[in-house]
Ligand binder design. Structure first.
Ligand SMILES: *Cc1c(COP(=O)(O)O)cnc(C)c1O
Length: 424
């Protein structure tokens, strides 16, 4: 009998993987709370909540109970021409926590499609009003997903090389800092003045794939205000930041100027099934509302508003807004602060940052070590029963809200051990 890992290699092609360099994939057979278990029964603390999805814990009993009940009632129905209670209830619950200016919800299946929908909405919003605007402004080092539209606005070019000739027209500005803000504003204003810009897209406050790069809400607020003056729609890609990770339900809540469009996915269903939403203002919806069929939004995915997904979203919102989960978020944020205070003066630590349940640390390490170091660190952590996926020289934690104090302390300890073992 061959092992699961051997059988995996026969037919499966894994995401973001060079199979010649990384042939082995660890079989996971079970998950519960903050823990993953492999086929040998070994437990790992899921320090990144399986890519920011299972924030209420794996196999959360509340979500399972609700989805199980839904499972024997209505599994799937076309969402054009039909509707159902799970979608309606979910929309009402979500509207209670989204920024006040959000009014309409459009379904798709993943973060990339949520971004593609947002871009198409923005382009057609102008088109429907007789203004053909063909450009999007995005931030340097952004990550918005892997479909063509999302890839176009992403600024991490390692992924995009072979496709560069086929992308949308995108202008880029630097991520604003106190130091570069005047130059950023000058360039931004120049781009806005061309009248060609349909939308400005950004990951609010935290750029996940850019090693959890964080920037100030007040600077983003100013950029949004500038964009508004030129009727440029502002798209907050909250696929990573949404649902409590920054300490508030949405990172956009740190802003005075609410974005026109929000993209949601990842922990939308608490990790149960893939689903995504693009939310927008009434004004955007109204630009599509017309007697002319062609002014409608002709975009649709087969599994739009899948009733099981919608049920999971509703259960997830109930968990997120519970006193217990909000206390968990504050508890984790507080422990991150204490750990940061302790570790930031360590000689092998170059920089630290945290927001909500997100904590990141840059190791002081020579540039040429980045590639191999990532793998060595990953195995170092896995050997010690903690699942963390370093990005370059950055170690970061984004645990499920239900992680226990002991599990969180163990995660900090393996990071401290890694600092002793690796680095300059
Ligand atoms: C993960 C991510 C995406 C892409 O989502 P997928 O579901 O992987 O397509 C888009 N934007 C951000 C900010 C993300 O973190």
């Amino acid at each position: 009998m061959s092992t699961l890992s051997e059988r995996d290699q026969k037919h499966l092609w894994h995401p973001l993987t060079q199979h010649k360099l990384h042939a082995n994939h660890i079989p996971i057979t079970k998950a519960e709370g903050a823990l993953l278990y492999d086929d040998q029964g070994k437990a790992y603390i899921d320090g990144i909540a399986s890519w920011y999805t299972c924030m209420y814990g794996h196999c959360n009993p509340h979500i399972i109970k609700k989805v199980t009940a839904q499972l024997s009632k209505l599994d799937q129905v076309v969402f054009s021409g039909f509707t159902h209670e799970p979608a309606i209830e979910m929309s009402e619950a979500l509207m209670r926590i989204l920024p006040d200016n959000q009014q309409k919800l459009f379904f798709s299946d993943n973060g990339s499609t949520a971004v593609d929908v947002a871009i198409k909405m923005a382009l057609q919003y102008h088109f429907n009003q007789g203004n053909k605007r063909s450009k999007i402004i995005a931030l340097e080092q952004a990550f918005h997903g892997d479909t063509f539209g999302a890839m176009s606005v992403s600024g991490l070019s390692v992924y995009n090389g072979p496709f560069e000739d086929f992308l949308l027209q995108v202008d880029r500005i630097e991520v604003p800092t106190q130091t570069n803000f005047e130059q950023v504003k000058t360039r931004f204003e120049k781009l806005l003045k061309t009248g060609e810009v349909a939308a400005f897209i950004f990951e609010p406050l935290v750029q996940g794939a850019a090693a959890m790069n964080m920037y100030e809400a007040s600077l983003l607020d100013e950029l949004i205000a500038m964009a508004r003056k030129h009727q440029v729609l502002c798209i907050a890609d909250e696929v990573m930041t949404g649902f409590g990770k920054t300490g508030k339900n949405f990172a956009s809540e740190y802003l005075k100027n609410s974005p026109d469009i929000l993209c949601l996915s990842k922990s939308l269903t608490g990790g149960l099934v893939p689903m995504a939403l693009t939310s927008c203002t009434q004004a955007i919806f109204d630009a599509f509302y017309d007697d002319a069929l062609g002014k409608g939004f002709f975009h649709g995915h087969t599994y739009s508003a899948n009733p099981l997904g919608c049920t999971a979203v509703l259960a997830g919102i109930e968990l997120l807004t519970s006193v217990e989960m909000q206390a968990n978020i504050q508890r984790i944020a507080q422990q991150h602060r204490a750990f940061e205070k302790k570790i930031k003066t360590h000689p092998k630590v170059k920089a630290t940052r945290h927001l909500g349940v997100i904590f990141a640390l840059d190791m002081a390490v020579a540039m040429e070590r980045y590639g191999s170091l990532r793998d060595e660190l990953f195995h170092f952590f896995m050997d010690r029963g903690v699942c963390l996926r370093p990005l370059g020289n950055t170690l970061y934690i984004l645990p499920p809200f239900v992680i226990s104090d002991a599990q969180l302390q163990k995660t900090y300890q393996v990071i401290e051990a890694a600092l002793e073992r690796f680095g300059n």
